[in-house]
Design a protein around this ligand. Structure first.
Ligand SMILES: [Ca+2]
Length: 185
């Protein structure tokens, strides 16, 4: 029995330690600057790191899908330099915030990103520090398509590294998951 328990523990660590760079602008090119056509990125279970720079005139838009039985459970801001106020936001769907009556409903939450956030999971800030009309109810996103923007409107080069953490759903409480899922419909 002890051996079985050890195997389970090791498997859990391996899953959480599974991290990969899914887009590095210095290698893969600049992320889309178009809210209507974000760069599509494929996220896997574990950490999905996006490395880039943003500045005045270079907003970075990406879109990703959370598969069934998975959640986006964290957004680790690994690097954010220099310390200057920026902005980041989530939208539902494969396009980001395009101001119009039809897209307002897809806007989920937006925050100001600051230097003190470096080294922390900023997903909870979309719950308690949203600067927009809407905020997330929970620090996670369930299955579905999403878009994300990070922008620095000042004429400085803002470097960032973001780790999108995707986890499998292990809860057996289907009633709880149903309630969570309903928030993102
Ligand atoms: Ca960029």
């Amino acid at each position: 029995m002890k051996i079985c328990a050890m195997v389970v523990v090791l498997a859990a660590l391996a899953a959480s330690a599974n991290a990969a760079v899914v887009h590095d602008e210095s290698v893969d090119g600049d992320l889309s600057s178009s809210a209507a056509a974000p760069t599509p990125l494929a996220f896997a279970l574990g950490g999905n790191t996006v490395i880039g720079t943003t500045t005045s005139g270079d907003r970075d838009f990406l879109t990703f899908t959370i598969a069934p039985n998975q959640v986006l459970s964290g957004l680790n801001l690994l690097v954010y330099t220099p310390n200057n106020l920026g902005f980041a936001a989530f939208n539902a769907g494969t396009t980001s915030y395009v101001p119009s009556g039809t897209t307002n409903a897809f806007f989920l939450a937006g925050i100001h990103v600051e230097g003190a956030d470096q080294g922390t999971d900023i997903l909870p800030r979309f719950v308690d520090r949203s600067v927009t009309t809407y905020a997330l109810d929970e620090p996670q996103l369930g299955p579905g398509d999403y878009s994300f923007i990070i922008q620095q409107l000042s004429p400085i080069i803002q470097s960032y590294s973001l780790e999108f953490v995707v986890e499998g759903i292990v809860s057996t409480e289907s009633s709880t998951w149903g309630a969570i899922k309903a928030l993102y419909k």
